[in-house]
Design a protein around this ligand. Structure first.
Ligand code: PLP
Length: 355
C-alpha cells in the first residue's frame, strides 16, 4: 500500500533522491566505491560539497552578495550556541515563539544578556507576537521562521538596524522571501533538504569577527568558511542527499514553483479543518498558521480511536501531534505530494460521514 508520510522530521524526501542516494551508497559516480567509503578530499566529493553550497545560495538568491554557505554538524541545536559564540558580545534580542526559540535563548544566556522582545509562551505558543520593539544596542536579533511543534509561521520579519538571524530549520526552501534581509540563516537538513546529520548555515561574512572572546575552532564560523566547509570530515552522506534534493528543487522550478504547491496543500488541509465540525485548528490566529506543519485536534476526543484506525488504514504515517501540544500535526514539507494531503482530507471526511 502507498504510504503518506506526514512526519515532522526526519521526514519525507523525493523518491528520485532516495533512489539516487541508495545507488551512491553502493557505487558512487561509477567509481565502484561507496560514497561513504571514499575520502572527503577526493575530487568527486569536493565537487558534491561545492555544488551543495552553490545550490543553497542560488535558491536563496544570495550568490555574489557577500554570503557563504556551510554544511556543518551538530544539528540546528548546536547553532543555538554557535550563533551566540560568534555574534554575542554583550546583549542579544530574541523573539520567543516556541520550544526551539526557547532553547536558543537558553544557550545564548550562557554567553551574555538576552532581551526577550516578546513571547507567546503563556498561551502555549499558539500565536506569533507582532508588537514588539528591538533594542538597537543588541548585537543581533534572533527569530524562528516556522515553529515546527506548534504549527505557527512568521509571515513577515521586522526591519532591523542590527544583524537578523533566523532559524529556518522547518521552512527553508519552501517559500519566497527576501533572504538578503537576513544576515545569518541556519537550518537542520532533516526537513526540506536531506537526512539528519548536517546543518545548512548561510552567513553574511562581514558580520563575523566582531566579538572579543576566543572561539573554539569547531564553533568558529570563520574557520569553517576559510576551510570551504571542510575543516573536519563533513557528513558526506547527508551533504550528498541534500545536494540531490536542492538539484531536484531546481529542476522543479525552484522555490517559486514549490511555494505554489505548498500553498495549495496548506489551503486544501486548512479548509477541511475549518469546514469539518469534528476538527479544530490549534493556532489562535489564522494568519499565523504554518504551511509546513498544520496542528489540529478532534473536537470530541472519543473519536480518537476511530480516527486513528482509519488514518492507519489509509497508509498515513507520522500524524501524531508533539507531546507538548497533543492532537495531530500534519507536516507538509516540499516532498510531500498533494495526493497525500487529499488522502488525509478524505479520511477526515470519512470520519464525519461515519460519526
Ligand atoms: N529548530 C527548529 C525550528 C526545529 O524544528 C528543530 C528540530 O525539529 C530544531 C531547531 C532542532 O534541530 P536539530 O535536531 O537538528 O538540532
Amino acid at each position: 500500500m502507498k504510504k503518506h508520510n506526514f512526519s515532522a522530521g526526519p521526514c519525507i524526501l523525493p523518491q528520485s533522491v532516495l533512489e539516487k542516494s541508495a545507488e551512491a551508497v553502493l557505487n558512487f559516480n561509477g567509481l565502484n566505491l561507496s560514497l561513504i567509503e571514499i575520502s572527503h578530499r577526493s575530487k568527486d566529493f569536493v565537487a558534491v560539497m561545492e555544488s551543495a553550497r552553490e545550490l543553497a545560495l542560488e535558491h536563496l538568491n544570495l550568490q555574489n552578495k557577500g554570503y557563504k554557505a556551510l554544511f556543518l554538524q551538530g544539528g540546528a541545536s548546536l547553532e543555538f550556541l554557535m550563533v551566540a559564540y560568534n555574534l554575542l558580545e554583550k546583549k542579544a534580542a530574541y523573539l520567543n515563539t516556541g520550544t526551539w526559540s526557547d532553547k536558543a535563548i537558553k544557550e545564548a544566556k550562557l554567553l551574555g544578556e538576552v532581551a526577550e522582545v516578546a513571547s507567546s509562551k503563556e498561551s502555549n505558543f499558539n500565536f506569533i507576537p507582532k508588537n514588539y520593539s528591538i533594542p538597537n544596542d543588541a548585537d543581533y536579533f534572533h527569530c524562528t521562521s516556522n515553529n515546527t511543534i506548534f504549527g505557527t509561521q512568521m509571515q513577515s520579519f521586522p526591519e532591523t538596524q542590527i544583524p537578523l538571524v533566523c532559524d529556518m530549520s522547518s521552512d527553508i526552501f519552501s517559500r519566497r522571501l527576501d533572504f538578503s534581509k537576513f544576515d545569518l540563516i541556519y537550518a537542520g537538513a532533516q526537513k526540506n533538504m536531506g537526512p539528519a546529520g548536517t546543518t545548512l548555515v548561510v552567513i553574511r561574512e562581514e558580520i563575523l569577527g566582531k566579538v572579543s572572546r576566543a572561539i573554539p575552532s569547531m564553533l568558529n564560523y570563520k574557520v569553517h568558511i576559510d576551510k570551504d566547509s571542510m575543516f573536519n570530515t563533513p557528513a558526506v552522506f547527508p551533504v550528498y542527499v541534500s545536494m540531490l534534493t536542492l538539484q531536484w528543487l531546481k529542476d522543479l522550478g525552484g522555490i517559486e514553483a514549490i511555494e505554489k504547491v505548498n500553498n495549495q496543500k496548506a489551503e486544501l488541509l486548512y479548509s477541511e479543518i475549518d469546514r469539518n465540525p469534528l476538527f479544530e485548528g490549534f493556532v489562535a490566529n489564522k494568519e499565523d498558521r504554518s504551511k509546513m506543519n498544520a496542528t489540529f485536534n478532534l473536537v470530541d476526543d472519543q473519536l480518537k480511536t476511530n480516527f486513528d484506525t482509519i488514518v492507519k488504514e489509509a497508509g498515513i504515517n507520522g500524524l501524531n501531534g508533539h507531546r507538548s501540544v497533543g492532537g495531530y500535526r500534519a507536516s507538509m514539507y516540499n516532498a510531500l505530494p498533494m495526493e497525500s494531503v487529499q488522502v488525509l482530507v478524505d479520511v477526515m471526511q470519512n470520519l464525519e460521514k461515519g460519526a
